[in-house]
Design a protein around this ligand. Structure first.
Ligand SMILES: NC(=O)c1ccc[n+]([C@@H]2O[C@H](COP(=O)([O-])OP(=O)(O)OC[C@H]3O[C@@H](n4cnc5c(N)ncnc54)[C@H](O)[C@@H]3O)[C@@H](O)[C@H]2O)c1
Ligand SMILES: N[C@H](CO)Cc1c[nH]c[nH+]1
Ligand SMILES: [Zn+2]
Length: 441
């Protein structure tokens, strides 16, 4: 890792930073085959892929009871940590539940109501590392939204990580399946003999999982395509380089493809961050993964000519995690719209949001934050608008409606308004005969 000036970046370097993608193209056609086979052959294909990709002979695909037992069996301190994180995540998401509303506008009573989806599928990754926290992040908002049937799929193993199973149970999953990868996404989307089909499949995963979500999108809803983890730190000379480096190294340990970036207007801070990153990355656990992520063209420490240039960089980058380590952090935040989740001040590591502060860690990557937000209660709700007009309300709108309907050549639309307002045509009786010609029975 070294310091580069934003002003010197060439087109290829800019592409590596700003044109990130989920990296799924190379596996799309293999994944299509897996998804198709599971959707047509069901459990037989699921078991075959568990054998092929996870090297596990799966007995019962439904491991709901195992998850409950795991919750009871994990160490007390682990159960306590799961429960505390779950409580905080639940509390934060409960604040997101929207109220149904109805209001009167000039004789028009208009409103909006929210209803949960009936059945959703949550993927809890667990191939190369266990992610109990991701199980909490997927299941809890769905249950808070009121989803009746929340199914979780997590990869099989000779012994599935008990903390993942315990977290799935604590989060309130209704059913748990032992299946991972593209085969899990297909099973959750289309159903098998054992797995009940769901309406929406959410959650992070590796490139096979993500490619499968792209494949089933359209037949079912998905949340979004999440790629490798990203962090952007915007720092001024008041930032503590050791804290900045710690956050960069933390996200680098997720994945060799993780993107970890800092931008500052202060050269000494930039140099100090690089030094600290090298010091902290050296000789630690997962050091190979960290080193590869740090060395990638998508990672680096960048020198801006001003904090305004740093802000423009942040807007273009649209990070999954944006950390602001600067004296005027709130003022900088006001100028930034594109970010999945924002971390302010020296005592707010990204790890707080990854695990326990309550916010969701399933967030848009690859610049998705320019278009949408992370997982939330909204992800699991659908809204319906409702209206009731009285005669005056309709009268007030009649000429607007009929004029526009006629402009569209849709005479029956105009007629549906006129008929109600035409004294000769409108009847108050229950016969439904509004034609005025007496033969409406
Ligand atoms: N964005 C987030 O919120 C977030 C949170 C947690 C994890 N993650 C990411 O999720 C990912 C987890 O990846 P993982 O691999 O550890 O677990 P995973 O559960 O996503 O994938 C494991 C599955 O991949 C499938 N697979 C493996 N090799 C395959 C192959 N050659 N062909 C077809 N399928 C194959 C197997 O079926 C296996 O069950 C990481 O990239 C991690 O960074 C993201
Ligand atoms: N930072 C990851 C993507 O937001 C989430 C995570 C899970 N465990 C630790 N971190
Ligand atoms: Zn993380």
């Amino acid at each position: 890792m070294n310091v580069r000036e934003i002003a010197d970046l060439g087109p290829d370097e800019r592409d590596a930073l700003f044109e990130r993608d989920a990296g799924i193209e190379a596996v799309r056609s293999d994944v299509r085959d897996i998804v198709d086979r599971v959707s047509t052959e069901g459990d037989v294909a699921v078991r075959e892929f568990c054998r092929e990709f996870d090297d596990v002979e799966v007995g019962n695909l439904d491991i709901t009871d195992e998850a409950e037992r795991a919750y009871d069996a994990v160490d007390d301190d682990v159960r306590e940590a799961i429960d505390t994180a779950a409580d905080n995540i639940r509390e934060f998401h409960e604040r997101q539940v929207p109220d149904d509303w109805r209001e009167e506008f000039d004789g028009r009573e208009l409103g909006r109501r929210y209803r949960p989806l009936d059945r959703v599928g949550v993927y809890a990754p667990g191939g190369t590392a266990a992610y109990p926290s991701s199980a909490l992040m997927g299941v809890i908002p769905a249950k808070v939204a009121g989803v009746d049937h929340v199914a979780v799929a997590t990869p099989p193993a000779d012994e599935i990580n008990p903390v993942t199973l315990a977290a799935i149970h604590a989060a309130g999953a209704d059913v748990v399946y032992s299946v991972g990868g593209a085969q899990a996404i297909s099973a959750l989307a289309y159903g098998t003999e054992t797995v009940k089909a769901t309406q929406k499949v959410v959650g992070p995963g590796n490139k096979w999982v993500t490619a499968a979500k792209a494949e089933v999108r359209g037949d079912v809803e998905i949340d979004f395509l999440a790629g490798p983890s990203e962090i952007l730190v915007v720092a001024d000379e008041s930032a503590n380089p050791s804290f900045v480096a710690a956050d960069l190294v933390a996200q680098a340990e997720h994945d060799t493809d993780a993107s970890v970036v800092a931008v500052t207007d202060d050269e000494a801070t930039a140099e100090a961050i690089v030094e600290e990153v090298e010091r902290q990355a050296d000789g630690r656990e997962r050091a190979d993964i960290v080193a590869e992520a740090l060395d990638s063209d998508a990672s680096g420490v960048f020198l801006a000519r001003s904090m305004s240039e740093a802000v423009l960089f942040a807007e273009e980058y649209a990070a999954e995690h944006l950390t602001i380590q600067a004296r005027d952090d709130e003022e900088l935040l006001d100028r930034i719209s594109n970010a999945g989740s924002v971390f302010l001040g020296p005592y707010t590591p990204v790890a707080a949001g990854d695990y326990a502060s309550g916010t969701n860690h399933v967030l848009p990557t690859n610049g998705g934050a320019k278009l949408y937000g992370g997982l939330s209660v909204d992800t699991f709700l659908r809204s319906t608008t409702v209206q009731r007009l009285d005669r005056e309300g309709l009268d007030g709108l009649a000429s607007t409606i009929t004029t526009l309907a006629e402009a569209e050549g849709l005479e029956a639309h105009a007629e549906s308004v006129r008929r109600r307002l035409d004294d000769a045509g409108a009847h108050d009786d229950a016969t439904g005969d509004a034609t005025g010609d007496g033969d409406g029975e």
